[in-house]
Design a protein around this ligand. Structure first.
Ligand code: PGA
Length: 254
């Protein structure tokens, strides 16, 4: 059985190098716990070297994005080659905060291909902006998933991971997050869409993670009562204590 997956999305935090060092020091105290999981940390790029050095024995490095193109000169762009040279193994692609800045599902599909060509695993973020009682958000999910995975064949689809992250549930507290029954509905729906696109066995092989206000308080029930394979964690990954609680919940799933 594959290890549960825990991805820390640090976004644009911690706000200084010294704070990043302090967080890493606290995280490394629980390195034995994290070895039971597949842990990835996606820090701001200037912290790559620090994070990879200090987490070598318990986590892998991830990036928060990847460019759509791998060749050419582009001011401000961090190419897949650079990411790989730091040891980046996974890239978060299509996060709702980037989609808010104008990233489209077509951009996402290009980035997935770049990541696959570069040997970096794409963690593709999919999630509705709003959830409505009539279930109309399922149409949105279907459309976003299909467009984001456009042009991907079944063999390549086996290499991706999905992060189901409803935009409305991001950056809140556990009490305002998705509840397990809602998560189950969405995960079953996504698996069905993946099965329609690639067949059942490929759909079963694609890990679906959940992200959106995962904290120590709700991690256990979200993990136990649904079909997810792990979490993509934002704000709670910036506290060593909260991250540890979430890791414990992943391990104690029966
Ligand atoms: P959150 O962020 O855990 O702070 O809700 C998750 C994310 O944006 O990936």
């Amino acid at each position: 059985m594959a290890k549960p997956i825990l991805v820390a999305n640090w976004k644009n935090r911690p706000g200084s190098l010294s704070e990043a060092k302090a967080l890493l020091k606290n995280l490394s105290k629980k390195s034995r716990l994290y070895k039971n999981l597949s842990v990835f940390i996606a820090p701001p790029a200037p912290y790559f070297d620090l994070v990879s050095t200090r987490t070598k024995n318990f986590a892998k490095l991830a990036s928060q994005d990847i460019p759509p193109l791998s060749q050419g000169t582009f001011t401000g762009m961090i190419t897949p080659e650079i990411l790989k040279s730091f040891g980046v193994r996974l890239a978060i692609i299509g996060h709702s905060e980037r989609r808010l800045l104008g990233e489209t599902s077509t951009d996402v599909s290009e980035k997935i291909k770049t990541a696959l060509r570069s040997g970096i695993a794409p963690l593709v973020c999919i999630g509705e902006k709003n959830r409505d009682a009539d279930g109309e958000h399922f149409e949105f999910l279907r459309d976003e998933l299909k467009k984001s995975l456009a042009g991907l064949n079944a063999r390549s689809a086996r290499e991706i991971l999905i992060a189901y992250e409803p935009a409305w549930a991001i950056g809140k507290g556990a009490k305002d997050a998705l509840i397990p029954s809602e998560l189950t509905q969405s995960v079953i729906f996504l698996k069905k869409q993946l099965a329609d696109l690639y067949g059942r066995s490929v759909a079963e092989s694609i890990p679906i993670l959940y992200g959106g206000s995962v904290e120590g308080e709700n991690a256990g029930s979200l993990m136990r009562e649904t079909y997810i394979r792990g979490f993509l964690v934002g704000h709670a990954s910036l506290s060593a204590g909260s991250f540890e609680e979430i890791a414990e919940s992943l391990i104690s799933k029966p």
